[in-house]
Write a protein that binds this ligand. Sequence first.
Ligand code: C5P
Length: 233
Amino acid sequence: DSVAAILVAAGRGERAGFSAEGPKQYRTIGERAVLAHTLGVFRSHPRISDIVVVIHADDGQLCENALGPLAERVHLVTGGAERQNSVRCGLEFLADLAQAPRSVLIHDAVRPFVDHATIDRVIDAATTHGGAIPAVPIADTIKRAAEDRTIAATVPRAGLFGAQTPQGFRFAAIRAAHEDAARSGRSDFTDDASIAEWAGTKVVLVEGAAGNVKLTTREDVAAAHERLKRRVP
Ligand code: C5P
């Protein structure tokens, strides 16, 4: 069964505040751009066929610099204003291929430390159940804050997980879910599993990896740099 991957890399990195260094996916850690690290993991995975990299309209040159000759072996697609729009651009591209994939993995380009074992768990569970995401149990005690930052509630942490990517789905189902979400004017979903849930698709959790962090802040990038220098796997 064919499995494609969409790496979303069209964000501006504004969540961490404007940074002169540009979007995180193009920052260099070790000797390569974050996006090149991420792509390397997917390209070397034996079960993944087509790879779509979704980039911002302004980032063509950045992407070419980041990927070098690797750029010719992926499909480059222009993304949209929100992550959800960017994913949809990738899905529509895949739908237009001569043969659409049976399953698709959707991954944040800013998670370069994803590993093959995690990808395998997601593919296996998504094939069986329709949808699967890697997740890790929440270790911290979770507080809900009021406007003035006083604690309004402590949320029981039993059964709470942090959602990671890649998130895997049967292609036809996630494409239809994204289409319905867009048609309903919803653009507030922060991951693809929430769109699948909203559309009524069953999504299961598989074991994620503590190291599969999302590089969001400047500190995250610095830590990633250190980690590669020390060659911590
Ligand atoms: O902003 P957020 O942390 O959710 O970004 C997660 C991933 O989604 C990043 O890899 C980012 O480049 C991507 N993204 C995108 N298009 C957007 C916003 C984010 O591809 N409009």
